[in-house]
Write a protein that binds this ligand. Structure first.
Ligand SMILES: [Zn+2]
Length: 100
């Protein structure tokens, strides 16, 4: 039984990486290139370093370059509908996850 397309080159399906848009600078990147700030169902806001926390997330470039802007423009507050908890602000000002 001949299988006509046995050796046919199948076009590989375009690999879809989940992309997100930075809430501060609007850069589109792959999900793993972001730091996620999450508003948990209980209303607390924190930086989600695992990327798996429950709740509504806002994404910021992991390199931290736009974090001062995000704080200045209140991008996270607007994206999540929360006020910025001081401890999260401190973390963002200090540049969590990227070296000195
Ligand atoms: Zn950004």
């Amino acid at each position: 039984m001949a299988v006509e397309d046995e050796h046919a080159v199948q076009p590989l399906p375009a690999r879809k990486f989940p992309t997100r848009t930075c809430v501060a600078c609007r850069t589109e990147r792959q999900k793993r290139e972001f730091v996620r700030v999450v508003r948990a169902p209980d209303g607390t806001t924190s930086i989600d370093l695992t990327g798996r926390a429950n709740g509504r997330g806002a994404y910021l470039c992991a390199d931290g370059s736009c974090w001062p802007d995000a704080l200045k423009k209140k991008s996270i507050e607007r994206a999540l509908g929360v006020s910025m908890p001081p401890e999260v602000r401190v973390q963002l000002e200090g540049g969590v996850g990227h070296g000195p």
